[in-house]
Design a protein around this ligand. Sequence first.
Ligand SMILES: *[C@@H]1O[C@H](CO)[C@@H](O)[C@H](O)[C@H]1NC(C)=O
Ligand SMILES: *[C@@H]1O[C@H](CO)[C@@H](O)[C@H](O)[C@H]1NC(C)=O
Ligand SMILES: *[C@@H]1O[C@H](CO)[C@@H](O)[C@H](O)[C@H]1NC(C)=O
Ligand SMILES: *[C@@H]1O[C@H](CO)[C@@H](O)[C@H](O)[C@H]1NC(C)=O
Length: 363
Amino acid sequence: MKASLQCLLMLGLGAGSALAASANTPPKITPKSQQNEANYTAPYFPLLGFKQYANNPIMRPDPDHSWESSYLYNPSAIVLDDMVFLLYRAQDKQKTSSIGLAWSSDGYNFTRYDQPIVYPTESYEKTGGCEDPRVVRIDGTFYLTYTAYDGTTARLCLATSTDLVHWKKFGPILPNFTETVYNWRSPVTYFAPNPTGWTKSGAIIDERQPDGYYYMQFGDTYLYTANSTDLIHWEVSGSGQPFAPLLNVWEQALTESGPPPIKTRDGMWLKVYNGVATGGVGGYASGQYSTGQMLIDPANSPLGPPVARLETPILQPTTATEITGQVDNVVFSEGLVQFKGKWLLYFGAGDAFLSVAQTPVQP
Ligand SMILES: *[C@@H]1O[C@H](CO)[C@@H](O)[C@H](O)[C@H]1NC(C)=O
Ligand SMILES: *[C@@H]1O[C@H](CO)[C@@H](O)[C@H](O)[C@H]1NC(C)=O
Ligand SMILES: *[C@@H]1O[C@H](CO)[C@@H](O)[C@H](O)[C@H]1NC(C)=O
Ligand SMILES: *[C@@H]1O[C@H](CO)[C@@H](O)[C@H](O)[C@H]1NC(C)=O
């Protein structure tokens, strides 16, 4: 049954099943592999007009792989050798997370590697596992940030690789961070400081800034800033002040990084991020996750605030998989690539499935 299904999928006859063919050998990636297409065209802010792909979701859990049998979502994306690669979060029956790998030559129909590429091996990864990957590539090395969760504390971790398959773990990178309590608007319940060491969602800017530092925004209440000179050792910048206030009505509960920022035509950076509404304002339901966009300028204001931001989301939960899921009312974007004339924004739907939205490359 399984074999014939896979066979059909590989022949391209399994439209809509979104199970995706699997393989035990991924494409060979080396430091010489080409990132992005030869005719890559940088965006400018804002990047608008994202439409859901008609056959979403494009990937679902696979009951035959125990590590990805329950939920599959929150993908990072990168274009290498004219294929889109996704690193995605998957959960097993115990809801322990691992990170899987899939690739596609059209951006919609993916083949998946049958083994997880990053999975719990350390004490701080046991139970909860390895969540929410974000990958950048600098001088042929992949830098992967992910959240290790031990059931009590979420810790932002780093791993490196040159082939996307074999990873070296560096452990939690900001172990001593304690969130600032910042009363932007009340009454709200979200401002109790997280325990020391609670960190998440690091999106690295993949270019060294004129001051010699690399930067990332991280955090899952506010965005905060961290800096590094070698991409391995990171420190919280400044006094740990938020990078951006919770400004828009749809993001009053929290903001969290989306994909790693993308350099714009005019030398700034387009940052796609996710936000949660407290409800009661502007028609956004309490707990609704939406995706928005800001323009940032790390060369001139590395600690924020953003230069500009959109007032309304570029993506909101609208379809059944987004409205009802492991968590209801969620779109959570983590991957943005340019491929074959489009920008493809990969996102988790309801913390359960993997979907994509698209918009044309700007002229
Ligand atoms: C994906 O593959 C299915 C068949 O499995 C095909 O019907 C569909 O057109 C493909 N999608 C794209 C965008 O090529
Ligand atoms: C975190 O704090 C501990 C205890 O003060 C200290 O030993 C350790 O060096 C700190 N780690 C980092 C990465 O700053
Ligand atoms: C990087 O972080 C350290 C530790 O917080 C801080 O002393 C330093 O000023 C930061 N550097 C920059 C350029 O933000
Ligand atoms: C780049 O070339 C591909 C074909 O190789 C084409 O599909 C795509 O539209 C081109 N992108 C841009 C931005 O011109």
